[in-house]
Write a protein that binds this ligand. Structure first.
Ligand code: SAM
Length: 219
């Protein structure tokens, strides 16, 4: 048997870098089966919202959100979390995105995707300034060799491409994480702002899941 055949026989299932499946919950389950070096004992979702990531999941999760309307298990700010250091094996982060645009009153976008949060002019209408403080806390609450899984969407705003995933990676690396991998998740349809009839950027039809490790090695 070749090395590859032995690894496959031992239960290894490869993971493709592009995900066409519909639900983040399914992708997240694949990520949790693929990246951790041991079975996670406790997982923190630091932006849990309605908990859509954990539908059908039997994983041990603590859900945190700053907005009490979502009735999270822990209502707190993820830049100052009420947890002891090294408490979690995995932290999941899906920050608000697409600020001040894409409002569609016929859908519940604002509550579901955090679109209700408005990005201010002083921060260039982006949420990137929130990443460093979160990364610092994620580093603190993660155990050594822990994993941080981030869903992040680049977007067009203020007539500019906003490189959210680049800002996120820089913020993670600044506190010591290594960005080890990246999955592109393809959307069925792009998010379209009905305000702009003619757009001069390509339509965003994907987001990223970035895999960080609190470790010195990726493998
Ligand atoms: C994009 S939504 C998360 C959606 C969630 N992953 C889901 O699929 O159901 C972002 C969430 O982050 C929360 N949030 C924003 N800033 C936060 C902060 N500083 N601390 C904790 N939660 C925050 C918002 O209230 C919102 O529920």
């Amino acid at each position: 048997m070749s090395v590859t055949e032995r690894v496959v026989a031992a239960g290894y299932e490869p993971l493709d870098s592009v995900w066409y499946g519909e639900e983040d919950a399914d992708l997240l389950e694949r990520l949790l089966a693929f990246y951790p070096r041991h079975e996670p004992k406790l997982i923190l979702d630091a932006t849990v919202n309605g908990g859509r990531f954990w539908r059908r999941s039997m994983r041990p999760i603590i859900g945190l959100d700053i907005d009490p309307h979502h009735r999270p298990m822990v209502c707190a700010d993820n830049t100052a979390m009420p947890f002891a250091s090294c408490s979690f094996d995995v932290v999941v982060y899906d920050p608000p995105h697409i600020p001040n645009q894409g409002r569609d009153r016929s859908k519940d976008f604002n509550t579901r995707f955090g679109l209700g949060s408005r990005a201010s002019k002083e921060h260039g209408y982006t949420f990137s300034h929130t990443y460093p403080a979160f990364m610092q806390e994620a580093w603190r609450v993660l155990a050594d060799e822990g994993i941080l899984l981030c869903k992040i969407v680049d977007y067009i705003h203020n007539h500019r491409y906003q490189w959210a995933h680049v800002d996120l990676i820089k913020a993670g690396e600044a506190v010591g994480f290594i960005a080890c991998d990246c999955i592109v998740k393809v959307r069925k349809g792009p998010i379209i702002d009905p305000k702009w009839k003619v757009a001069h950027h390509s339509r965003r039809q994907h987001c990223y899941w970035i895999i960080f490790r609190k470790s010195h090695r990726c493998e």
